[in-house]
Write a protein that binds this ligand. Structure first.
Ligand code: CP
Ligand code: NVA
Length: 321
């Protein structure tokens, strides 16, 4: 898809997103997802054009789990757009504990212009968004991580020059990151193969949604039998931690279940010539990926991390600008 000169200015391509929430990639149309990536490219190329897009506006951020990339990228994005980000410590606001979720939403909407939240249960974000009249952005739940997928597809487009028909192998846990990549693959026509141990595959509902929404090009996201089958001929090899935040009690059981699913040099060698390695970070070298892969020239993990900033600036411009 062309990502350069569109007929309409990139901001206009995202007009349908103004005032909306971003809870999941599946809430977007293909045009909106492409529009956000196009806007991210423009925001990076011409930052001065967007320097005042959030002037006078505040984004409240709530992190009920740790974060480096998501916290820094949203805060820096708000600042670079002329706005302000305010971090609310979860133990101080006590969402649903100190006071009802709806009361937090109805208070915040009188003082800030948007809320970004990272939490455990996806339903909490759904409830917050339903109660608030201002945009709510999902900064990761146990179900999905839409901001990561947005930056990831932008990275694939930058490095590989296309998305439609691109072969993406996801090796590991069928988790929040995998779910968001699947939704994006279905919208963008990416040919995604997932290799996960039995019991750790993406939820059937996620795959069923992808089947229903995949573009009419004969491509389907599918779970395959082995990491080798997923990676064979892939343009992109992606993995994520075996133990997501909140799953620490299952760590040993998970490490046993995922033995054989490490992206090793030998596994990566099965990918297509010029293939790239991707990981949302944080990574555990020696578990889901070998150091020789993530630290190789084929790895684009820090380009992904940087793209969190550009794509989040685009998201804030589109939703709150
Ligand atoms: N990839 C990502 O979301 O990183 P953080 O957990 O550090 O925010
Ligand atoms: N699946 C990981 C992603 C971290 C960015 C987690 O939820 O911990």
């Amino acid at each position: 898809m062309p990502m350069t000169s569109t007929a309409a200015p990139p901001r206009d391509a995202c007009a349908t997103l103004r005032g909306r929430d971003l809870l999941s990639i599946r809430d977007l149309t293909r045009e909106e997802l492409v529009g956000l990536m196009t806007l991210a490219v423009d925001v990076r190329r011409e930052p001065s054009r967007y320097a005042g897009a959030l002037r006078g506006k505040t984004l409240a951020t709530i992190f009920e789990k740790p974060s480096l990339r998501t916290r820094v990228s949203f805060h820096v994005a708000a600042h670079q757009l002329g706005g302000h980000a305010l971090d609310l410590a979860p133990q101080e606001i006590g969402l649903g504990v100190r006071e009802p979720i709806a009361d937090v939403a109805r208070t915040l909407e009188r003082m800030v212009s948007g809320i970004m939240i990272r939490t455990f249960a996806h339903d909490l974000v759904v409830q917050l968004a339903a109660a608030a009249t201002i945009p709510v952005v999902n900064g990761l739940t146990d179900f999905s991580h839409p901001c990561q997928a947005l930056a990831d597809y932008l990275t694939m487009l930058e490095v590989k020059g296309r998305l439609k028909g691109l072969r993406l192998a996801f090796v590991g846990d069928g988790n929040n990151v995998a779910n968001s990549l699947i939704f994006g693959a279905a919208l963008l026509g990416v040919d995604m193969r997932i290799a996960a141990p039995t019991g750790y595959e993406p939820a059937p509902g996620v795959l069923a949604w992808a089947r229903r929404h995949q573009t009419a090009n004969g491509i389907a996201c599918r779970v395959v039998r082995s990491p080798e089958e997923a990676v064979d001929g892939a343009d992109v090899v992606y993995t994520d931690t075996w133990v997501s935040m909140g799953q620490e009690a299952e760590a040993e059981e998970r490490r046993r279940a995922f033995a054989g699913y490490q992206v090793t040099e030998a596994l990566f060698d099965l990918a297509a010539p010029g293939a790239i390695f991707m990981h949302c970070l944080p990574a555990r070298r020696g578990e889901e990926v070998a150091a020789g892969v993530i630290d190789s020239p084929q790895s684009v993990v820090f380009q992904q991390a940087e793209n969190r900033l550009h794509s989040e600036k685009a998201l804030l411009v589109a939703l709150m600008g």
